[in-house]
Write a protein that binds this ligand. Structure first.
Ligand code: ATP
Ligand code: MG
Length: 574
């Protein structure tokens, strides 16, 4: 079965059962500047899951294009892609667990539809915890259908949401074939809310789960994974969707299977990102696109060694193939625009690494290339490690990625110490915990300005591995409600798993961007500006975590006077 047939069958199955087909939304979420990309079919439907009426009714189905940057490190394994299509059906207050699970089961196993072997299907169900009961209902339904292997898992695996600190959420049940997850049915049945308490209480543990009036079903099935399963393949990359693409990459000992998989995965993501209006840049979505393109170009460059790849480049053939495959479903794909953006970025990148190669040849003439010189080439010319390694494999046999990483870490440490001294950023050390608390301090300052007002500026900061301390301009004691609101705002940003982006620019540019900064202190001509989504933007020397999702739970432990007109907050990450 081809992916096209799978998609058609899925839509037909649910259409016959009263669902209306809705179009795939853009990869760039609308009205939601805080999230980079659409990561699932439910994403564009959030308002309707929250109770808004959908113009097409209360049973919906579609094929949604998705990008998951969070999976990038897993790309090249058997089952993960950066770009993929997700099939989804939704019941908005219309049907519930029994109908949803029975439909999933019928679609998977009935000969008329996918006809998969029932005995190879296993499922997982929410195990329950101190706050929410076990999802016995789903387990019973699966049992009645004859599914033998039912695993019970906790919140991390089998519970969805809420998207923010509060809101709709509920247990889910995942379906596996031969151990590979292909489909997930989410049952939104609770509303996570702040508890209303009459007595004075501490500012944590104040949530409760109230059963929702409108219960929603939200499901997601991966097109590529299911196609692979249906064709008895051991990986998405072995399907007809990827094999012809992989074949377009010329044989080369330097490009192993994993790298080839990464190339074709990235090419697909590049095609769809450019088509939804993303341009390569140093920021957010543009930065993701830039990294994808540069990785492909690096591998391509390795393939051609000293030739600066132009007409012979295979990436263009790949772009063309992907557009050909998807154009019938996604008319927004425009090969000319894709070529232009891709080629411009490639050209720029190759220009940059060319001077690096010149320097490389000079160093090689003087002796062998070791981790130190490799790092120098990377640091000064942006020459990627992979390219350094592959340019002249004989000379770089002993050059190990671990040693290169060590150099990089050492350098970061040195520059941290240097910048800490220079900018008095108030960091005690650069441990992981301190880095996290540092990012949390940025979120805290932004949240304080939102809750208390624009008169709030940073007056001082001190971070240890245990806690952060922030002094800021504000003359009254904060109320309990204000503290709670600030905490919630920070935790919402953490939940959203926002990217922390760093950009270098002139001080004037930074000021124009309204970046927060301690302007009395002496910055250089060029400064680093760290932004967290659209939530926070500060001149800062770093270091920071890459994504806010790494922070854990934020809690204010103390709010007190520091000096006249200055308050002091201490906070922790739990
Ligand atoms: P996994 O744990 O395998 O990464 P997940 O729990 O993140 O999967 P969901 O968020 O439930 O997956 O997404 C629904 C479906 O989308 C999955 O069952 C799978 O078929 C598909 N899917 C999710 N992530 C990817 C990916 N990176 N590449 C291809 N398909 C994916
Ligand atoms: Mg995942």
């Amino acid at each position: 079965m081809t992916t096209r047939e799978l998609k058609e069958k899925y839509l037909k199955f649910f259409e016959e059962r009263g669902h209306k087909i809705i179009p795939s939304a853009s990869l760039i979420p609308e009205n939601d500047p805080t999230v980079l990309f659409t990561t699932a079919g439910m994403h564009p439907l959030v308002p309707y899951l929250l109770g808004e009426k959908h113009p097409m009714g209360n049973k919906l189905v579609n094929v949604q294009k998705c990008i998951r940057t969070g999976d990038i490190d897993e790309v090249g394994d058997d089952w993960h892609l950066t770009f993929f299509e997700m099939l989804g059906n939704w019941g908005l207050g219309s049907y519930w667990k029994k109908e949803a699970i029975e439909m999933s089961f019928e679609f998977l196993t009935d000969k008329k539809w996918l006809g998969l072997d029932k005995d190879k299907i296993s499922v997982s169900v929410f195990a329950g915890d101190s706050e929410i009961p076990k999802d016995k209902e789903s387990a019973e339904i699966w049992k009645s259908l004859g599914i033998k292997e039912i695993k019970f898992l906790g919140k991390n695996d089998n519970f969805w949401g809420p998207a923010g600190q509060t809101g709709p959420c509920g247990p889910c049940t995942e379906m596996f074939y031969d151990g590979v997850e292909i489909w997930n049915d989410v049952f939104m049945e609770y509303n996570k809310q702040l508890k209303i308490k009459s007595q004075k209480s501490k500012v944590n543990d104040e949530y409760e789960y109230i059963p929702l009036k409108q219960k929603n079903v939200d499901t997601g099935m991966g097109v590529e994974r299911t196609t692979a399963i249906l064709n008895n393949k051991k990986s998405v990359y072995e399907t007809d969707l990827f094999l012809p693409l992989i074949k377009l990459i010329p044989e080369n000992a330097e490009l192993d299977e994993r790298k080839k998989r990464i190339i074709v995965d990235h090419i697909r993501a590049i095609v769809f990102l450019i088509s939804d209006g993303v341009k390569p840049s140093n920021k957010e979505r543009g930065y993701v696109l830039r990294r994808l393109i540069r990785r492909v170009v690096s591998y391509e460059y390795i393939n051609f060694r000293y030739l600066v790849a132009t007409e012979t480049a295979f990436s263009e053939k790949l772009l063309k193939e992907v557009v050909k495959e998807y154009k019938p479903f996604y008319p927004e794909l425009n090969l000319n625009i894709i070529y232009t953006e891709f080629t411009n970025e490639r050209h720029q990148f190759l220009e940059k690494i060319k001077s690096g190669i010149k320097e490389y040849l000079k160093i090689r003439g003087e002796g062998k290339i070791d981790a130190k010189s490799a790092f120098f080439l990377y640091q000064t010319f942006g020459l990627p490690f992979d390219i350094i390694k592959e340019l002249d494999p004989n000379k770089t046999k002993n050059l190990k990625p671990e040693d290169f990483d060590k150099e990089m870490q050492q350098h970061q440490e040195l520059s941290r110490i240097a910048t800490a001294g220079k900018f008095k950023s108030g960091l005690a050390d650069n441990s992981e915990q301190v880095t996290k608390l540092h990012t949390a301090t940025h979120l805290l300052l932004a949240a304080l300005r939102k809750v208390l007002g624009e008169h709030v500026f940073q007056k001082g900061s001190n971070i240890t591995a245990e806690r952060l301390r922030l002094d800021f301009s504000h003359s009254e004691k904060m109320t309990k409600e204000q503290i709670k609101e600030v905490e919630n705002l920070v935790n919402e940003q953490i939940k959203k798993d926002l990217m922390v982006c760093c950009e270098e620019m002139s001080l004037d540019e930074a000021k124009k961007k309204n970046a927060m900064g301690v302007f009395e202190s002496k910055y250089g001509d060029r400064v680093k500006v760290y932004s967290v989504g659209d939530f926070s933007c500060e001149i800062c020397s770093g270091p920071h975590v890459q994504k806010t999702g790494d922070l854990g739970h934020f809690k204010i432990t103390k709010e007190e006077a520091s000096s006249s007109g200055v308050r002091r907050i201490k906070a922790v990450l739990e």
